[in-house]
Design a binder for this molecule. Structure first.
Ligand SMILES: *Cc1c(COP(=O)(O)O)cnc(C)c1O
Length: 346
């Protein structure tokens, strides 16, 4: 067995997706002449009820572009301490935009409207950086795939309106949240100035992310994407994969969520597990008891053909995905029940 549960980015294109890619009509997108990319951008903009959308090679570039669109050097943005834009984008907020982050101590990667409001620097106090942007994440990655309550997002929108702040959503796994919570893209499109989404996570594409927003913001984003080196030529092959994934591989995320829940249900009963974080989508974060050595545990799983990842501070992560088959699931569930975990001598 070779079961890879380190991330939902490890999937390979399905037969149907490869077929769609092979049959794509393409052109040079830097000249805006790729019909498949144009179709994808129109499709996703319409889904979210936004004026325009722009294809990016990565979610990082889509987020970093949004931050650049909404800020000036010296500004400050507000985000949760777990935010991907702060922790896992190479320091791009300062490198690309010259912006600092005010990090909030949220719960599972989510913050409240009152926390946001309290974090805004008074605009007339010129000693402090000017707060101009609030960035949220749904589902939260480091927060264990947690899904936001729409009402809290609405309350934060109001805070942004009251203080003239822009509002961005890192929706790399928003597809999962929408399936888990039965929400629609327009629920989010109505609240945020810009939203980034990834096709390369649960939807199973090899490459691709998208930013949606107003026509004016996407015109700015086009220029910034060029500066970041993200203009692609005959990338319609990738857009064809993305269109296919929305039409055929979005609803099935419910299956990944079910499998994660079933793994969680078993883990909960095992003596070497200290705690499992609440499980809402396809990301399962758990802690081993202090008496079990993390590296030995990872090696033991690996020796049995299963790869999972550590997030540091004793947190281990399992992510279910499209290429995690029913057969692998059965094997893994059976394996963890009989896993010979040795207690470290402490
Ligand atoms: C994966 C991810 C991204 C984007 O990552 P890329 O690897 O650059 O595509 C952004 N935000 C979150 C929360 C993610 O999980």
């Amino acid at each position: 067995m070779d079961i890879n549960l380190i991330s939902d980015t490890v999937t390979k294109p399905s037969a149907g997706m490869l077929d769609a890619m092979m049959n794509a009509e393409v052109g040079d997108d830097v000249f805006k002449n790729d019909p498949t990319i144009n179709a994808l951008e129109e499709k996703v903009a319409a889904l979210f009820g936004k004026e325009a959308a722009l294809l990016f090679p990565s979610g990082t570039m889509a987020n970093q572009t949004a931050i650049k669109v909404h800020t000036q050097p010296g500004d400050q943005l507000i985000a949760d301490k777990y935010a991907h834009i702060y922790n896992y984008e190479g320091g791009g907020v300062s490198f690309n935009s010259g912006v600092s982050c005010k990090l909030l101590d949220g719960h599972r990667g989510m913050v409240t409207a009152s926390q946001v409001e309290a974090a805004i620097n008074p605009p007339d106090f010129y000693h402090s950086p000017l707060t101009t942007l609030v960035s949220l994440e749904n589902t939260t990655n480091k927060g264990g795939g947690a899904c936001w309550d729409l009402e809290e997002m609405k309350a934060i929108r109001k805070v942004c309106d009251d203080h003239g702040l822009k509002y961005h959503l890192d929706g790399a796994r928003l597809w999962n949240a929408m399936v888990a919570k039965q929400q629609s893209p327009k629920d989010f499109g109505a609240l945020f100035d810009t939203i980034s989404v990834c096709f390369s996570k649960g939807l199973g594409c090899p490459v691709g992310s998208m930013l949606v927003g107003s026509k004016a913001d996407m015109d700015k984003a086009l220029r910034i994407r060029k500066i970041f080196g993200g203009g692609m030529r005959q990338a319609g092959y990738l857009a064809a994969a993305a269109i296919y994934s929305i039409d055929h591989q979005w609803e099935r995320l419910a299956e990944d969520h079910r499998k994660a829940r079933e793994i969680g249900d078993v883990l909960q009963t095992l003596p070497f597990i200290k705690s499992i974080e609440p499980l809402e989508t396809n990301i399962l974060i758990f802690n081993l008891t202090d008496r079990v050595d993390e590296q030995e545990f990872l090696k033991l799983l690996n020796d049995h053909g299963v790869r999972i990842i550590t997030m540091g501070q004793g947190k281990l992560r399992i992510v279910t995905h499209m290429d995690y088959t029913d057969e692998q699931h059965e094997y893994f569930i059976d394996l963890i029940k009989r896993l010979p975990v040795k207690k470290a001598t402490v």
